[in-house]
Ligand binder design. Structure first.
Ligand code: RB5
Length: 153
């Protein structure tokens, strides 16, 4: 599976650990920066990861900022991106199974690397169930996106 990963300065250390970990597990990792701890802006990395998914260069994305909040807020501005901040393993897989989450956001200043490794594995190995009730709810989410795309057009 191709996985896009990005982080600002608050998440870059954890991002580096996760990129290496996932490569070692056989994932094809598209590392979209940052590549150092110089202050940077989380929306830039949310955009890079979101576009990689929307353009088909990656199937899933992982974002890391200090808290995981800003990166997920920015990623969710892209229609078709379903990002969530998950620091528990249940949400990391259930968010995919029920909600078709395609970006996992993490807080590099909140959780440690071992929990983060578990979270990314649970996220990446999960699959959307396709159950009728979940598909219906996702379609309503898409309807909301379309409604406001038109309102701004
Ligand atoms: C950067 O200081 C910090 O605000 C950012 O990494 C993130 O936590 C935002 O949500």
């Amino acid at each position: 599976m191709k996985v896009a990963i990005g982080a600002d300065h608050g998440g870059v250390v954890l991002k580096e650990i996760l990129a290496g970990f996932l490569s070692g597990r056989g994932y094809e990792v598209l590392d979209l920066g940052a590549y150092d701890t110089q202050p940077s802006d989380y929306p830039d990395f949310s955009k890079a990861v979101a576009e990689a998914i929307l353009q088909g260069r990656a199937e899933r994305g992982i974002l890391v900022c200090g808290s995981g909040v800003g990166a997920s807020i920015a990623a969710n501005k892209f229609p078709g991106i379903r990002a969530a901040l998950c620091h528990d393993t249940f949400s990391a897989h259930q968010g995919v199974e029920d909600d078709d989450m395609n970006v996992l956001s993490l807080g590099g200043r909140v959780i440690g690397p071992e929990l983060a490794k578990e979270l990314v594995l649970r996220f990446l190995s999960a699959k959307f169930s396709g159950a009728e009730r979940h598909t219906r709810r996702l379609n309503k989410v898409r309807d909301i996106e379309r409604l406001y795309e038109k309102a701004e057009g």
